[in-house]
Design a protein around this ligand. Structure first.
Ligand code: GTP
Length: 597
């Protein structure tokens, strides 16, 4: 296809504003997929995505469109992940296209993720087409949303297209506006091959599938290509496009988006953002701006049943095949035995992986407190990247500790503003900005990431009854008074409950954790002290009283089946517990103890 008849675009939206539904309608309106094959939300492949309603892997589709000008066009839609954890993937896929549809739910208005993603689109020099969705609903208010888009985002909303992705109203206008308002791609067919690796994933039959955007040159089956960042050379055994099912083609030229396979075994060998060129006739240099995505949140995953360790290893190996941004290494814990220390792009990423292990592999897990990476500067001048609070060196050797900070943007209706400010303040936040758009406030806070990784988002949702939206980006590291707090149960430290805290907040956190644990740990035949300590100093303490009676005592000499039932019940209760010294701690204690109210 010649360049002037190609348009490449992505869709920017807040979760639930209708991105997937709109994509489905565009595919349907152009007969890309025969009606009988049309499933709701074609682009969200994985079950778990569908259940949670979040798009995780970028997907793509090639749409053929006969426009009103009588010409035939090829439109390539790249579906970008909507969540902040995948910001780097979003920014790469944005660089693979020239424009974006900015979808805003006209019953809701602009939200935090709309903002975060729209700035990425603007950074990538995109033309933007505002699309106001859900006009079939009575609460739809296009004028208000237009005003918001102009005030908050600062772009012209006069060309906005009102649509209903549900009924299909306005879909033609969207297609026509893509042709009229988005620029065609640029590129030189005769130049050496220069292609961007936009995404990659593992397929059980084909091996790794690599999504590429050709900038210059032509890619053909059989070509030997080099991935410039890691230097590997592969022979291309298949190229094609997504319609959205895979269809092989003879070649891909400038401006086109498609896939290649080349007997690549692991997603790890393909770095998003890398540049692909011919081995024999390479391009002058890689595309700018490559950076590998780095995990920022770490936690330990241990099987509840230690006999399942090998199964867990197998599950983690398999998941990692398809997810280059998930890192892991073996970890042993005095209390929890063998497990893995895993790194994630963010909390959602952590939750998705944990869910998949529990569900798809049927392994019950203990997840330790999520932690961020601290920079620990030692008195001898060395620096340690601390991923696990349990590894914190003795304080006498430590000079100072730095922690990662984020810039958080929160949009919230006026009436909840006070609660949101209090929450941010409680989490050691520093207010940077506060502005109003209509009846909603936008607050920007500088916050420590470690105060956000655990339950910030849950708390935000609960204090605002779900009306706030939230997004963040990492800004850098800053020194603060941070210490390791240990929890001791029956005088034994439980390393899985160790955490880094700010010194001023340690007593409060310690007390809260001891109180929680006292409720979560069942009584034993003996008295159990539960303590929080910094270094050797106890800063909080609770005591769990001893259990006075044997559960079966009352049945002595009585009905044997009743006795058996009671004992079985006790055994079932044990299954989900782990022994620490002489004490059984239930699985849910590890998570619940860390939640702050
Ligand atoms: P993520 O994939 O989670 O980012 O969400 P999304 O932006 O793709 O939203 P999705 O397409 O899943 O739509 C969210 C909900 O809104 C679904 O229940 C849709 O059926 C509904 N919806 C989407 N568009 C319309 C519309 O035009 N009108 C109405 N009434 N509902 C819509």
């Amino acid at each position: 296809t010649d360049l002037t008849h190609i348009r490449n675009f992505s869709i920017v939206a807040h979760i639930d504003h209708g991105k997937s539904t709109l994509a489905d309608r565009l595919i349907q309106a152009t007969n890309t997929v025969p009606d009988r094959d049309m499933k709701e939300q074609l682009l969200d492949a994985m079950d778990i995505e569908r259940e949670r309603g979040i798009t995780i892997k970028a997907n793509t589709v090639r749409i053929e469109y006969d426009a009103l000008d009588g010409q035939h066009y090829v439109l390539n839609l790249i579906d970008t992940p909507g969540h902040v954890d995948f910001a780097y993937e979003v920014s790469r896929s944005m660089r693979a296209v020239e424009g974006s549809l900015l979808v805003v739910d006209s019953t809701q208005g602009v939200e935090a993720q709309t903002l975060a993603n729209v700035y990425q689109a603007i950074d990538a020099d995109h033309e933007l087409i505002p699309v106001f969705n859900k006009i079939d609903l009575p609460a739809s208010d296009i004028d208000r949303v237009a005003e918001q888009v102009e005030d908050v985002i600062g772009i012209d909303a006069s060309g906005a297209i009102p649509v209903s992705a549900k009924t299909g109203e306005g879909i033609r206008d969207v297609l026509e506006s893509i042709i009229a308002n988005l620029p065609p791609p640029e590129g030189n067919r005769d130049a050496p091959l220069k292609a961007m690796l936009v995404d990659s994933w593992y397929d059980a039959y084909l091996g790794v599938i690599v999504l590429v955007r050709i900038k210059d040159g032509v890619l053909k089956k059989g070509d030997r290509v080099r991935f410039m960042q890691n230097g590997t050379v592969h022979q291309v055994d298949r190229i094609g496009v997504f319609k959205p099912s895979m269809q092989t083609v003879d070649d891909l030229g400038p401006g086109e988006i498609g896939f290649l396979t080349a007997s690549i075994k692991q997603v790890r060998d393909t770095r998003v953002g890398d540049t692909i060129t011919h081995e024999k006739k390479p391009c002058d240099g890689p595309l700018p701006g490559f950076k590998p995505s780095q995990p920022v949140v770490f936690c330990g995953l241990f099987p509840v049943d230690s006999a399942e360790f090998e199964d867990l290893r197998d599950a983690i190996d398999k998941l990692a095949l398809n997810d280059a941004s998930f890192s892991y290494e073996m970890e042993t814990s005095a209390a929890l035995g063998f497990g893995f220390r895993c790194g994630f792009l963010g909390l959602l990423h952590l939750e998705v992986i944990r869910d998949r292990i529990e569900r798809e592999y049927d392994i019950e897990l203990i997840t330790t407190a999520p932690s961020v990476i601290y920079h620990v500067f030692m008195k001898d001048g060395t620096k340690i990247d601390l991923h696990n609070p349990a590894d914190m060196p003795d304080l006498t050797h430590v000079d100072h500790v730095e922690e990662p900070r984020i810039k958080a943007t929160i949009l919230v209706p006026d009436e909840f503003l006070g609660d949101v400010l209090k929450l941010c303040q409680d989490r050691r936040g520093i207010q940077e900005d506060l502005t109003y758009a209509g009846s909603r406030a936008m607050v920007v806070y500088d916050l420590p990431l470690n105060e956000v990784v655990f339950d910030f988002y849950d708390r935000l949702k609960s204090v605002t009854k779900g009306y706030a939206s939230f997004d963040y980006q990492l800004t850098g590291y800053r020194q603060d008074n941070l210490v390791k707090m240990q929890i001791l149960v029956n005088e034994e430290p439980v390393d899985a409950l160790s955490m880094m805290v700010h010194r001023d907040r340690a007593e409060m956190r310690g007390r809260a954790m001891c109180e929680k644990l006292k409720d979560l740990i069942p009584r034993h035949m003996f008295k159990i002290p539960i303590q929080a300590a910094i270094g050797g100093k106890v800063i909080a303490r609770e005591t769990l009283a001893a259990l006075r009676k044997d559960v079966t005592a009352k049945c002595y000499g009585g009905d044997a089946t009743r006795k058996r039932k009671l004992l079985d019940k006790q055994k079932a209760g044990k299954k989900k517990m782990r022994q620490f010294g002489k004490v059984d701690i239930p699985q849910e204690a590890f998570i619940s103890a860390l939640k702050m109210d």
